[in-house]
Structure formats: C-alpha cells, structure tokens
Design a protein around this ligand. Structure first.
Ligand SMILES: [Zn+2]
Ligand SMILES: [Zn+2]
Length: 294
C-alpha cells in the first residue's frame, strides 16, 4: 500500500528501526519507535510533589512491532514459522525495554480493528515501557500476594487447576499452555492463556515454551478468526514488573478479548460488566470452531 508507513518500500516513513527479523534479504518483522509515542524516550525521569498533585515526567519507551510485511495478512493467518518469529520478537523487545532503568513496567498489546482502537490496518503490536507500575498490575499483584499469604499457593495455579478439573471452559491445550474462558469472564469469548507450569514473568518463558505458545495462540486466534468471522480484538500480555521474575505468587498470562460487545455507561458507572454469554457456551463454541478455512 503506497500510503501505509508499515509496508515494504515505505521504511523511511517510520523512525529508524530498533530490531528486525530478516529472511532471504527482506524483513519479516520490524520494530520501530512509535512516531506518535505516548512517552518520550529522550526524557529524564523526574518527579514533583505539590500537595496532593503528584506528577512524573513522561519518560519511557513506545515501540511498534510490525508483524509482517504483508499488509493484508492478519496475525492468525501467518505461517507457523512467521508467527513464532513474532512471539520471539515480543519477548526480545520486552526484555530490551524493561532493561531501561527508567522503565518500571512494560505493557505489550495488540489492537486489531477499529473497535479495538487501532488506527492502522497493517498488522502490528505495541509495547509501552512506563516509568510507573500501572495500578491494575499493582492490584493484581497485591491480591495474588494476599492469596499466597493465606494459602501458600499461587492464585493463578489454583484457578488453572480448577479449570483443568472442570474442563468445560477449556478451549485448547498444548504441552506447556492452556487456553480457557474464565468462570467469571467479563465479556463473551474473553480468553486467558496460562503457562501450565508456574512461571512468574513473560521473560522467564524459554524458547521452547514460546514456540509451543506460538502454535497454541495461532490455533486459538484462527478459531476466533474463522469461528467469529474476524472480529476486532485486543491481545495483551499480563506480566509483573521485570524485577519480579521468579516470584512464587505471580504467574504471567496472555489475554485475548474479542470486541463483540461495547462497554457503555453501566460498565463505566459501576465497574461491573454485563456478559450476555455463558462462558461454558462460549468455550464450547470456540472448542468446536475450525482452525482452518472451511
Ligand atoms: Zn501496510
Ligand atoms: Zn502459578
């Protein structure tokens, strides 16, 4: 596409790349700083306190991971090999960005489609290294720590053991990961993918585990693509701050949220979600959905 900054031939339209995967002399995956970055990679980290008004400088890193040179080949339609390169790139850039001393936490996410908030069609993910730990991450960690204090167990491992025993909300499973719809899913087809063996951080996933995840995630996204007819969706990696590697009470995972319903006044006003689909039914639908075109 002539006017797409992520298409081959238009490399000069993006800031200079920070990483690329090359095959046969051409790039397969390309990582560049976001031209419209939410944070400033050149800024110094400063804090100010003025009574109740506390501010921190917008220092941080915001990169775009261009997942394929092919404008129209959306993530689930990549070959197994290309898909694995994308996941490998996710982890490499996650590790590189969290190594910056100004970065307290990195959020890796993907918006697919207008309802998911994307402005560019060309398949891409984003990673934002922020100078603070997001409140949502802190809450999740604090709740997990409380559960660990009370039971001596990882809440994520416990929840996963229940799901594996029930079986009715499982969508797919591989050697190292399981994909399921949580018992109290907030929206229809809201998916979680957990490492089966306790692992605190996305950084801790081995090359072998990432390759296994690539196959499972590709299958799950293909079921969503063919079963729900290419819905808009958000994908995010939920992982604690980098220094939390090895924690016994936290467990990283990946979430995929198809945007088949809209959040509106009730959700914003109450913080509660109306889910019109039973998680068991959504799971059954995706379990049976084809991972190949019919
Ligand atoms: Zn493009
Ligand atoms: Zn665990």
């Amino acid at each position: 596409m002539a006017d797409c900054p992520f298409c081959p031939g238009n490399e000069a339209k993006t800031p200079p790349e920070t990483y690329r995967v090359e095959r046969h002399g051409a790039w397969q995956v390309r990582v560049v700083p976001n031209k419209f970055a939410a944070l400033d990679a050149g800024a110094e980290l400063t804090r100010r306190h003025d009574g109740l008004k506390r501010t921190i400088s917008g220092a941080g890193i915001h990169e775009v991971i261009i997942e394929t040179p092919d404008h129209r080949r959306t993530l689930p339609l990549l070959s197994e090999l290309d898909f694995a390169e994308v996941l490998d790139t996710y982890q490499r850039r996650y590790n590189a960005i969290t190594a910056d001393p100004r970065v307290a936490h990195a959020t890796l996410f993907k918006n697919h489609g207008e309802r998911a908030g994307t402005s560019l069609e060309h398949p891409h993910a984003q990673i934002v290294g922020t100078p603070i730990i997001p409140p949502q991450v802190r809450d999740r960690m604090e709740n997990a720590l409380r559960f660990y204090d009370e039971t001596g167990e990882c809440i994520f491992c416990s929840l996963m053991a229940d799901e594996l025993l029930d079986g009715v909300r499982i969508v797919a499973q591989s050697k190292d990961f399981v994909a399921f719809i949580p018992f109290a899913a907030l929206t229809p087809f809201h998916l979680w993918i957990y490492p089966l063996r306790h692992t605190a951080s996305f950084s801790d996933a081995t090359q072998e585990q990432l390759a296994d995840l690539a196959r499972l995630l590709r299958t799950v996204l293909r079921k969503v693509y063919f079963g729900l007819k290419n819905p808009d969706y958000n994908l995010s990696i939920r992982t604690p701050p980098h220094e939390a590697r090895g924690l016994r009470y936290y467990h990283w995972y990946l979430s995929v949220i198809p945007r088949v319903t809209r959040i509106a006044g009730f959700e914003i006003g109450s913080g509660m979600f109306i889910n019109t689909a039973l998680p068991e039914k959504s799971a059954e639908f995706l379990r049976c959905a084809p991972a190949e075109p019919s």
